[in-house]
Design a protein around this ligand. Structure first.
Ligand code: C5P
Length: 227
């Protein structure tokens, strides 16, 4: 396993992906976006036309498709059977359907295994998702849980979507985010919640730079206590 494991969990659009990426860059660490893994399985299952609530079919997809996750220029690149699907996994349809894949315990187990395997090859890693501090890396060195109120998260997501040319209303985006929160918090396997030993940071009134500074400050403090 890596010498330093930092986990960042939190709800949709809480700023965890950007924070994880920038923090990893600052620390010279690898970065893992585990949401991209759930999205990749979702896209592969949609393309195969399988019933998304059929766990066995989803498990077959994880066995028969070849998934590749790599980080290029600080961005996670995802391939299915050799084809780059980095953009396609961000579509609104994939975002909405990912909850079926996230609720399948066997698929979660398989993806957690892949996440641990990924971490084994790294010296330092910042990994983000919903269950990184609670399930995948229970003994991580530092665990963060980022949150923000749903109206602010919707504003952030709208700005992101606008940059991509999409024009959903703020209300639609906020509703979709709250639905995703509910299904992430209520599932039995790997539900979204802060680990008992997580540092909870409310980012509602913070810029991304402030978030990264704050997390880096905690890490510095923790690492200086260790030595
Ligand atoms: O973080 P992102 O929005 O890309 O994640 C997509 C979906 O994958 C989430 O809505 C969540 O249901 C699921 N997910 C998960 N566990 C993780 C990461 C993501 O259940 N560790």
């Amino acid at each position: 396993m890596a010498d330093l494991i930092i986990t960042i969990d939190g709800p949709a659009a809480s700023g965890k992906s950007t924070a994880a990426r920038l923090l990893a860059k600052k620390l010279g660490a690898s970065f893992l976006d585990t949401g991209a893994m759930y999205r990749a399985v979702t896209l592969a299952a949609m393309r195969a036309g399988v019933d998304l609530s059929d766990e066995q079919k989803l498990l077959d997809i994880t066995r028969t498709c070849e998934f590749q996750f790599s980080v290029k220029a600080g961005k996670m690149t995802v391939c299915i059977d050799g084809a780059d699907v980095t953009e396609q996994i961000r579509s609104p349809e994939v975002t909405a359907n990912a909850r079926y894949i996230a609720a399948a315990p066997g698929v979660r187990e398989k993806l957690v295994q892949m996440q641990r395997q990924f971490a084994t090859g790294q010296k330092k890693i910042v990994t983000e998702g919903r269950d990184q501090g609670t399930v995948a890396f229970g003994d991580a060195d530092i665990k963060f849980y980022l949150t923000a109120d749903s109206a602010e998260r919707a504003r952030r997501r709208q700005a992101e979507l606008r940059d991509k040319g999409a024009g959903e209303s703020l209300e639609q985006i906020q509703r979709a985010i709250e639905q995703r929160d509910k299904s992430d918090e209520r599932r039995a396997a790997g539900p979204l919640k802060p680990a008992e030993d997580a540092i909870v940071v409310d980012t509602t009134n913070m810029s991304i730079e402030q978030v990264v500074e704050k997390l880096a400050g905690y890490i510095k403090e923790k690492c200086s206590k260790k030595t």
